[in-house]
Design a protein around this ligand. Structure first.
Ligand code: PLP
Length: 430
């Protein structure tokens, strides 16, 4: 058989990360153990010194989690990966692994609200400064956002909920010009539809809670390293990777593990050791089940969402539709470049009649469930003005980029006609 890296994504989703030997279980084993036993202190000492690889405590590493992380690394075309307990933990650690108090990060202004709060409030309290830039800003504006202490650039492949497609190549070039990596949250596109590493991105994060799991079953996150960023070439910017870590036996990650392994090794043995926001082995097992069918599900999400977006576009109760897979959408051409097989299943649209009409639409839905969640096998729907953003008046909503009539529809993999009927009836009865 060819090497796994040369196989198609459908094959990788099933086979990467674990290949059982003679007589071993076909499914990845759930190693639900906090602890691993050794015959001598000397043998265990080699693990602590990072001279041998193995397991000693599941807060740092667990075999089940590592198998699933290795699968996701293969899907993204990276060198290694680390699972985390949530997408939020992945976003935080991806940045905190290379930025300390006194450092600065350039981030796209249209990112998931939870990431925005994490950066703008919590990480600022930790002394890390952020400059938010419009993802479609001019070259001059982007250039002006960098400071001598900038350590990373961050964006989202398809922004949640604005559905803006991030120009990965442009932001990667800008980041590299300043000697820092580009980190991209690839949650909405998944590696099935977009490979940020092909366009110069250095590190990818995911909320695996979304399409990767896909079944409302497990919360989780992952960080994947492309293994391409040369930390040592910018050693003065990244002392955490390029000088000895006194908290871990004086190891210099970039020297001992090279470009391919330094970043994830540090995140694992230093940050995961100290923060402990691990994914449990049983959750990793369930995530793996989700990953096995990810390519089939993504294709159906795109197919169904395209049908619904086209239907909405032609409906006289609808005032506007935003779906980057729709011809005529502002981001259609950019989406074709980065995601030639389709974007995702999330659409946003507005109904004539504003907030009250949108509330009626929501109440009329039978199949689409009202949930704050997105990117699930089942269709879910959210009207921010009457739920997540209900404390805001119409003016405040507009300022926050969420119009009072905005409905976010995360199209699932149900029968397309059933979904069309549901949406059509809900609109008729407004
Ligand atoms: C794009 C994106 N990134 C990160 C997160 C955070 O992930 P989690 O909820 O798994 O912590 C979310 C959650 O909705 C998200 O949509």
């Amino acid at each position: 058989m060819s090497e796994i890296k040369d196989l198609g994504i459908e094959t990788k989703c099933l086979h990467a990360g674990y290949s059982p030997k003679n007589g071993e279980p076909r499914m990845i084993p759930i190693i639900q153990s906090t602890t691993f036993k050794y015959d001598s202190s000397e043998k265990m000492g080699e693990l602590f010194d990072l001279k041998a690889s193995g397991y000693f405590y599941s807060r740092l590493q667990n075999p089940t989690c590592d198998m699933v992380a290795a699968k996701i690394a293969a899907l993204e075309g990276g060198t290694c990966a680390m699972l985390t307990g949530s997408g939020q933990a992945a976003t935080f650690m991806a940045i905190f692994n290379i930025a300390n108090a006194g450092d600065h990060v350039v981030a796209s202004s249209t990112i998931y609200g939870g990431s925005f709060n994490l950066f703008n409030v919590t990480m600022r309290k930790m002394g890390i400064d952020f400059t938010f830039v419009d993802p479609d800003c001019s070259d001059e504006e982007l250039e002006a956002a960098f400071k001598p202490n900038t350590k990373a650039v961050f964006g989202e492949t398809i922004a949640n909920p604005a559905l803006i497609v991030f120009d990965i190549e442009r932001f990667a070039n800008a980041a590299h010009k300043h000697g820092v990596p580009l980190i991209v949250d690839n949650t909405f596109a998944t590696p099935v539809n977009c490979n940020p590493f092909k366009f110069g991105c250095d590190i990818v994060t995911h909320s695996t809670t979304k399409y990767m799991d896909g079944h409302d079953a497990t919360l989780g996150g992952v960080i994947v390293d492309s293994g391409k960023f040369d930390w040592m070439a910018h050693a003065s910017k990244f002392p955490g990777l390029c000088t000895p870590d006194e908290s871990y036996h004086g190891v210099t990650y970039a020297t001992q593990f090279g470009k391919e392994g330094a970043y994830i090794t540090k995140a694992t043995v230093q940050l995961m050791r100290d923060f402990g926001c691990v994914q449990s082995p049983i959750n990793a097992y369930m995530l793996n089940l989700g990953l096995e069918s990810l390519p089939l599900r993504m294709a159906r999400h795109v197919e169904n969402a395209t049908k619904i977006a086209k239907f909405l576009e032609g409906n006289d109760k609808v005032s506007w539709v935003n779906y980057p897979g729709l011809e005529g959408n502002k981001y259609y051409e950019r989406a074709k470049k980065y995601m030639p097989n389709g974007t995702c299943g999330v659409i946003s649209f507005g109904v004539k009649g504003g907030r009250a009409a949108a509330e009626k639409f929501m109440a009329n839905l039978k199949l689409g469930m009202i949930a704050t969640h997105v990117a699930d096998a089942r269709t879910c729907c959210l009207h921010p003005a009457s739920s997540t953003h209900r404390q805001m008046n119409d003016e405040e909503l507009v300022a926050a980029g969420v119009s009072p009539d905005l409905i976010r529809l995360s199209v699932g993999i149900e029968n397309a006609d059933d979904l069309l009927n549901d949406v059509s009836n809900a609109l008729k009865n407004i």
